[in-house]
Write a protein that binds this ligand. Structure first.
Ligand SMILES: NC(=O)c1ccc[n+]([C@@H]2O[C@H](COP(=O)([O-])OP(=O)(O)OC[C@H]3O[C@@H](n4cnc5c(N)ncnc54)[C@H](O)[C@@H]3O)[C@@H](O)[C@H]2O)c1
Length: 256
């Protein structure tokens, strides 16, 4: 028996980075996976099919309601149900900085993708989960939803705080109707998103200094947490924040 036997999962932003590794992990554990991304996800789909799993790609811009309606219809038509919604798509834009220098455009675009994208996913998938009487929602926030940083990305941080708060409320509203919602809060993992932000050694080292375990995370270490939250193994867990961060949020002073 696999850990996501006979489940169907929508993973947004699964063409790249953390979502991509989660897609392969979920498929290996028995879930059919819908890769929902603005970028082409056919390579990930092929990888999963080659490994004997089930997956399909649908073009989805998480900020767009019609895109979500289409993604939900596609998932049901292709795989029959939606058991897990993994709201993973997110951006960290280049000129996101302190409140004085961050442009309103950057703030708005970040909030649109990172927060409205999660809201819309829930808006269109929850009715299906209610019909089924069950479902697990995993919303990707970040350790910055819990801690402030002196190297700011104020729009990104605000967006992840909003995801965490929204997740708690969704959890409470649907707790007696079979739907669970939890936030997954990764620390820094070297995906394309973080590589673009920490684009030189001095920036990377400045971040590493704050990680008690002294290294960046691996995408698989985040996917393992997502798998737990998605699966029935976490059946009495809702409204929580699972932080996987090499000890960052536990530390006051980091060991030498
Ligand atoms: N990498 C880290 O260190 C880290 C740490 C904490 C949280 N996170 C969060 O994890 C999630 C995944 O990040 P990642 O590092 O894998 O990033 P990534 O840039 O590698 O992948 C993000 C994916 O989201 C997709 N995407 C972007 N805008 C979209 C939209 N409007 N609609 C649909 N898809 C869209 C991209 O095409 C891409 O495939 C994000 O929510 C990010 O904020 C990452």
């Amino acid at each position: 028996m696999t850990r996501l036997q006979n489940k169907v999962t929508i993973i947004t932003g699964a063409a790249s980075g953390l979502g991509r590794v989660a897609a392969s992990t979920f498929a290996a554990q028995g879930s059919s996976v819908v890769i929902a991304d603005v970028s082409d996800g056919s390579e990930v789909v092929q990888e999963i099919l080659d490994a004997g799993g089930r997956a399909a790609f649908v073009h989805c811009d998480v900020t767009d309601e019609d895109s979500w309606k289409n993604t939900v219809a596609f998932s049901r038509a292709t795989f029959g149900s939606i058991d897990v919604l993994y709201n993973n798509a997110g951006v960290m834009l280049g000129d996101d900085d302190d409140p004085v220098s961050t442009s309103v455009d950057t703030y708005q675009r970040t909030m649109d993708i990172n927060v409205k994208g999660v809201l819309l996913g829930c808006k269109y998938v929850i009715p299906v989960m209610l019909e089924q009487g069950k479902g697990s929602i995993v919303n990707v926030a970040s350790f910055v939803a819990h801690m402030g940083a002196a190297t700011p990305q104020v729009a990104y941080t605000a967006s992840k705080g909003a995801v965490l708060a929204m997740t708690r409320e969704i959890a409470v509203v649907y707790a007696r109707r079979g739907i669970r919602a939890n936030a997954l809060c990764p620390g820094p993992v070297m995906t394309p998103l973080l590589a673009a932000f920490l684009d030189n050694d001095s920036k990377r080292n400045r971040r590493l200094v704050h990680i008690p375990m002294g290294r960046f995370g691996e995408p698989q270490e985040i996917a393992n947490g997502a798998l737990f939250l998605a699966s029935d193994e976490s059946s009495w867990m809702t409204g929580q924040s699972l932080i996987i961060d090499g000890g960052i949020t536990a530390a006051y002073v980091t060991p030498e």
